[in-house]
Design a protein around this ligand. Structure first.
Ligand code: C5P
Length: 404
């Protein structure tokens, strides 16, 4: 969660998921924010004014004709640091996409200059209708964030895409958006590894992996923006490496281990984003391995590499926070998250960012979908598909408070 108190406007649309949004108010308030609820008139048919006022501790109006002296249709939007719209109904998004101003919430959406996040909730047919999809594209083109709804049980017996994300997921995604302005890592020494190691077979060939280094770079940038002193250890990073960050270049897992070991003891946080080879050739040939005349292929003997993350955990200094990453696929034994929980326990790190790589969507992409598992917290913080920068901020939102 963010540490700076924010003025958050919670716009509530007229959908049954409004009842779940009551707990969203509580989550936002618990993390120290001021929450002003602006329901649409139809939202009040599901959850009434008294509930919103009691939960938020602020007055609640839904029409521009209420409380006119306060000029709420301008003041509420202009004073907001963040607007969250949940549930975002098809009608509400349609009106917002077209600039309608026919209730207080749509006026607020027109006057707000801060980030606006929509959490849609509706039946699958309504969500998939081209008119809704066009409105979603319009809102995104206007710079708003429209979260993808979850797939699951809807109001009736039917299920499919259109279910509102859980309040915890909405809060994590929304706060990640504004956290770029938050400087909660000032004075922190942070080491981040990025990219993928290469284990040489001979002077020409190596065993490598697909990691581009984009997530590690996004983490480094986000930490720098939040005030940290960052060292980025880059293993064969193919993405553009930003300026203004101390960078160390390595190739193999052994080099990466040396680089991490040299600096880990002075660091408050170590994030092992790099994809480190689990196996390396037992022997590296000094000369290029030749093709045999008889057409046979050589057998390459592999050995296990040391687990850098596990040794960091074993040698950690008091208070140091260690984060691992895990690219996982589910199988007949366990789901992706079950494998993730087991890995978190095995590695002993404080947090594990689990990435479902079934279908190979994450590598080299600008966005991703992850779940953050924490050692001392049973929560599973799911970040729906978001930019690697947003994922980075969501991770720092969890790590920063754990440091103090
Ligand atoms: O066990 P697995 O390779 O899936 O674990 C991934 C995590 O462990 C990543 O954080 C990666 O950086 C780290 N790792 C490591 N040393 C290795 C292999 C992986 O530190 N030899």
């Amino acid at each position: 969660m963010t540490s700076k108190s924010l003025n958050i406007v919670l716009g509530v649309g007229g959908g049954i998921a409004a009842y779940k949004v009551a707990s969203l108010v509580r989550l936002l308030k618990e993390s120290g924010n001021d929450v002003r609820v602006v329901p649409t008139p139809s939202a009040l048919k599901f959850v009434g004014t008294a509930t919103w006022e009691a939960l938020s501790g602020n007055p609640v109006v839904s029409q521009v004709w209420d409380n006119v002296a306060e000029v709420p249709h301008v003041s509420i939007g202009k004073n907001a640091d963040l607007v969250i719209v949940a549930p975002a109904t098809a009608d509400l998004m349609s009106r917002a996409a077209h600039g309608a101003a026919n209730d207080l919430l749509t006026n607020v959406l027109l006057t707000a200059t801060c980030p606006i996040v929509y959490a849609p909730a509706m039946h699958t047919e309504m969500w998939q209708n081209p008119a809704t999809q066009k409105n979603v594209s319009t809102l995104r083109a206007h710079g708003n964030v429209v979260l993808e709804p979850a797939v699951g049980r809807l109001t009736g017996s039917d299920s499919g895409p259109g279910r509102m994300l859980e309040p915890e997921e909405i809060v994590a995604a929304a706060l990640a958006l504004v956290s770029a302005q938050i400087r909660d890592l000032v004075g922190r020494q942070i080491v981040i590894t990025a990219g993928g190691t290469r284990e040489n077979l001979d002077p020409v060939r190596f065993i490598g992996n697909r990691s581009s280094g984009k997530q590690g770079i996004a983490l480094a940038l986000a930490a720098r923006d939040r005030g940290a002193d960052v060292t980025l250890i880059c293993a064969n990073v193919t993405a553009q490496i930003p300026s203004g960050i101390k960078t160390v270049f390595v190739e193999s897992g052994a080099e990466l281990k040396n680089a991490v070991d040299a600096i880990a003891s002075q660091s408050d946080v170590v994030v092992m984003t790099a994809a480190v080879a689990d196996f390396a050739p037992a022997h590296v040939s000094d000369t290029k391995i030749k093709k045999a005349d008889d057409g046979s292929a050589p057998t390459i003997e592999l050995v296990r590499t040391p687990d850098i993350l596990a040794s960091l955990v074993a040698e950690r200094k008091p208070g140091q926070f260690i984060v691992g990453f895990a690219a996982e696929t589910g199988d007949s034994q366990a789901s992706v998250l079950e494998h993730g929980r087991a890995k978190l326990a095995r590695k002993g790190c404080d947090a594990l960012v689990v990435n479902d790589v079934t279908g190979n969507h994450a590598f080299g992409s600008d966005d991703n979908e992850v779940t953050i598992l924490l050692k001392d917290d049973a929560r599973e913080v799911h970040i729906p598909r978001a930019s690697k920068s947003d994922i980075a901020h969501a991770l720092w939102d969890l790590v920063a408070p754990a440091l103090s």
